[in-house]
Design a protein around this ligand. Structure first.
Ligand SMILES: C[S@@+](CC[C@H](N)C(=O)[O-])C[C@H]1O[C@@H](n2cnc3c(N)ncnc32)[C@H](O)[C@@H]1O
Length: 211
């Protein structure tokens, strides 16, 4: 996510100091970013890889961790998703996602405003999807444990493959090799793939099967 934006009180400071910010400040930052500068982040090829490698995709319920402002929900809807829950730490993102998605036809549409690590969800979902978000979470172990707890069938993840923390991007975790992700998730049955774009970072795509 590009954070070089005109944010009063944050300008310039952010790329230098973000590691020392409190959880509340990070949430505040996400609110500002979602209000002012959000751009869609996912690449269709990565999401199609997930969809085509998961059986009976269109009949499954999906929890989208880091749903942002609803672009992903709209994309999944085109591929048959009708039971969708978007979760994001930003209230503004959730509001915008609702505005974008509620007019489409769903069997079930929900949103949850929370850090994934803190969520007390009791409901479970066939697929827990997490695209370009795991590299941002504050507590990787907790986030993955939560995702495994609420996934009935699959965990689907997209993260950048990154050797060192990128200059201005706010990435709390880096994944220099697919095995780092595979080990962190810790499922025995999985598929993992690396996409190498002509320009920019390589991308790790992962599907884990819940036993
Ligand atoms: C880079 S965006 C990715 C958005 C979208 N999933 C995509 O692939 O384009 C990361 C999103 O995750 C949210 N986020 C970051 N950390 C989070 C956390 N710990 N729990 C829930 N949402 C989080 C941010 O507000 C943001 O909307």
């Amino acid at each position: 996510m590009n954070m070089t934006v005109d944010i009063p009180g944050w300008n310039g400071k952010f790329s230098r100091d973000w590691r020392s910010y409190s959880k509340e400040q990070i949430k505040e930052l996400y609110e500002i970013v979602h209000q002012k500068v959000w751009k869609r982040n996912f690449n269709k090829k990565d999401i199609l890889w997930l969809i085509f490698n998961i059986d009976s995709w269109s009949s499954l319920s999906v929890l989208d961790v880091g749903c942002a402002i609803g672009h992903m929900g709209a994309f999944l809807h085109r591929f048959g998703t009708r039971r969708y829950c978007g979760l994001d730490v930003s209230d503004i993102a959730i509001k915008k996602a609702w505005a974008r998605l509620h007019k489409l036809q769903w069997l079930d549409l929900q949103f949850i405003s929370s850090y994934i690590e803190d969520n007390k969800l009791s409901e479970t979902y066939d697929v827990v999807l997490c695209s370009h978000t795991l590299e941002h979470v504050l507590d990787l172990k907790k986030a993955i444990a939560k995702m495994k707890e609420i996934a009935d069938k699959y965990i689907a993840i997209v993260v950048p493959m990154q050797m060192k923390p990128g200059g201005k991007s706010y990435h709390t975790h880096i994944f220099p090799h697919p095995d780092i992700l595979v080990d962190a998730v810790g499922l025995d049955q999985y598929q993992v793939d690396v996409r190498t774009p002509a320009k920019g970072r390589r991308i790790i795509r992962y599907i884990g099967r819940i036993p």
